[in-house]
Write a protein that binds this ligand. Sequence first.
Ligand SMILES: [Zn+2]
Ligand SMILES: [Zn+2]
Length: 180
Amino acid sequence: MHVGIGDIRKSKGLAKSFDWDGPYKLEGIDLEGPLKLDLKVTNAGSRVMVTGPLKTAVRIPCTRCSEDIVYPLEVDLEEEFLPIHSEEAMTRAKDLLDGTFTFENDKVVLDELLRQEIEAAFPIQALCTENCRGLCEQCGTNLNRETCQCGPEEGDSRWAALQDLKAGTSVPKPAKKPKK
Ligand SMILES: [Zn+2]
Ligand SMILES: [Zn+2]
């Protein structure tokens, strides 16, 4: 996806809008439903600014049970694109600064910006439901759908603590006498 900027390159301050409302494929991201952009592309002299809201939804796995969920997200874009052979772009490339976007041939290509912004908006934890029970750690059964016969693992300290609590023996046990 790109925006032609030949028309606004003529002088500083010129701007145009760029809208998109429909399906779009971004490599590496599972977009679910339409991508909506309502962008303003501005000639800011030495650079081109791209600003405005991005709305879409992504398909990602639940953190606990790995079932796919659809996660809607909204990001406000505000990014600058430098002319690819400009001194500033060259310097930044040399300094290996991340996140420098460039354009050439009067065309601002948006895909990489969109991908980065969407990925940055992914939640750290996404649950299919608030009470998702996740997968059994031993057999992998999805505990939201069925139960399994796995008991707690031997020597699981959390279980041991629970047992102690149930038995009312949560007081520390006396240390064993050393064997002779
Ligand atoms: Zn889940
Ligand atoms: Zn199990």
